[in-house]
Design a protein around this ligand. Structure first.
Ligand code: F0G
Length: 475
């Protein structure tokens, strides 16, 4: 699908040395971090695949843009440059900058959601769902069933199930649904795109009921590239054209510019409705900063504007996703269980299949993250039961079908040789998988627990539930 030959459309001007640690150093480091890769010090990491968020390499133009920072409190020229860029590449009319994606999620959730509302979406994202809940809403997953099956190779696993969506509208009433939340691409499903045909159908359905669509456009250019590659009728369109078309089918968007737009910090809320914009512009002053800087420096706004224009270039996307596919294909060939199709921002290991002897309440993906780090100094991120949190009503863990370890690839940072090292390290852990035991959680924060939870290694791979019944077993 993705053409075999590709190379980076840039050359390297500056390098950042990384720490080549020993295994004994890493064992100590992961223990001190409570077996949570979020709690490792970055200087103890060799290849950092925790996230593609804020970790990409900026271009020389973006760095030059920092020097053009107009640090006026109000009306910075960089804001107008960002606004113009968003109008041009995304087509949204009104822009409110925020410090990052969740700042925009907070504002739109508070404006549009009332107590008891229901927000359907193509799978949850951690911060997005939490802001919907904090505003009094309830998220309902209406993604197609294929998305929950890591082995199903349907090419658009980010699609909305139209029947599920319409049934929900009929069940709760259109007036209880402030908007449908659409993410491009779907992070928790393994970086899966949605198709334009599906989005058009969702638009038609929501129009019928007078419901808005709010677009989490964090990785929209990656989604657009996949549409160009595999959706019928789009092969001759540019990524930029497809991005514009996606945005035109929605009413507004939240953006974490730390991904597609390749800045270290930044985001925005963009809408077409003046009244919503007016409320957002007022609210941002309370939580982020004045409406022309939204918690960012002028220089950050400029780097974001430049990053947006770079993110929609075909050759950039080809190399970006080409690299992720290179890694994914190699792992697949070695028989490593990964989510298929390969995602756009990373390769997701299927921890349930990788460590089938570890029950889900012993956190297989979290365990795998700790093992991969100890093996190689490579840091990855759990996207399974720890990330899914607890059921608000029962207090039990949410047990998602997908128990994944995400090897997230920052943009323009690592080389093909790094990808080969990653493959080797994953294979080494796979070879000794049967000797690996699970973890038990020893500290659990109230919100977004995956960031700060702590764990201990267990001696037996027995589900926690059975252990509760048999307190005599030593863990
Ligand atoms: N939406 C999606 C789809 C995301 O992936 C993220 C962040 C956000 C919203 C929130 O944006 O971090 O700027 O506040 N994802 C990061 C990740 C954290 O590692 O996947 P933010």
């Amino acid at each position: 699908m993705i053409k075999n030959t590709w190379a980076e459309p840039y050359k390297i001007k500056m390098v950042e040395p990384v720490f080549m640690s020993t295994e004994s150093h890493r064992k100590k480091a992961i223990e001190e971090a409570g077996f949570n890769t979020f709690l490792l010090k970055s200087e103890d990491v060799y290849i950092d695949l925790l996230t593609d968020s804020g970790t990409s390499a900026m271009s020389d133009r973006q760095w030059a843009g920092l020097m053009l920072g107009d640090e006026a409190y109000a009306g910075s020229r960089n804001f107008y440059s960002l606004e113009e860029t968003i109008n041009k590449y995304y087509g949204y009319k009104y822009v409110v900058p925020t410090h990052q994606g969740r700042g925009a999620e907070h504002i739109i959730s508070q404006i549009l959601i009332s107590e008891g509302d229901v927000i359907p979406g193509n799978m949850y994202f951690t911060t997005t769902r939490l802001h919907q809940q904090l505003a009094g809403g309830k998220f309902v997953d209406v993604i197609i069933d294929e998305a929950h099956d890591p082995e199903n190779i349907f090419p658009f696993k980010g699609n909305i199930d139209l029947e599920k969506l319409e049934d929900l509208i009929k069940e709760v009433g259109a007036e209880r649904i402030p908007y449908v939340a659409i993410a491009t691409t779907v992070n928790m499903a393994g970086g899966q795109p949605l198709s334009l045909a599906n989005l058009k159908a969702v638009r038609e359905l929501t129009d019928k009921y007078g419901i808005k669509i709010i677009h989490d456009m964090t990785r929209v250019a990656e989604n657009a590239f996949m549409i160009q590659q595999i959706e019928e009728g789009y092969a001759d369109k540019s990524v930029a054209e497809i991005v514009l078309e996606i945005c035109s089918l929605t009413d507004g968007a939240t953006m974490s510019a730390k991904k597609d737009a390749m800045v270290n910090i930044g985001g925005f809320l963009a809408v077409n409705d003046y009244d919503i914009f007016d409320q957002a512009r007022n609210m941002v002053v309370v939580y982020e900063g004045l409406h022309t800087y939204g918690g960012l420096a002028g220089r950050d706004l400029e780097a974001m504007a430049i990053g947006i224009s770079e993110s929609v270039r075909d050759e950039h996307m080809h190399a970006r996703i080409g690299q992720v596919y290179y890694l994914g294909k190699k792992l697949e060939k070695k028989g490593i269980p990964i989510v298929l199709p390969i995602g756009t921002h990373g390769v997701f290991l299927d921890a349930k299949k990788f460590l089938p002897h570890i029950p889900q309440d012993r956190f297989p993906a979290q365990t795998l993250a700790a093992e991969l780090y100890t093996e190689s100094g490579i840091r990855a991120m759990e996207r399974g039961v720890v990330s899914a949190g607890r059921n608000k009503e029962t207090g039990e863990h949410n047990y998602p079908d997908l128990e994944l370890l995400r090897l997230t690839i920052p943009r323009r940072v690592y080389t093909q040789a790094h990808m080969d090292v990653i493959v080797e390290a994953v294979c080494n852990v796979f070879e000794r998988r049967e000797s690996i035991k699970g973890l038990k959680m020893t500290y659990e924060p109230k919100y977004l627990r995956f960031f700060q939870a702590r764990f201990e290694q267990v001696k037996h791979t027995i589900p926690e539930v059975s252990l509760k019944q048999d307190a005599l077993l030593e863990v």
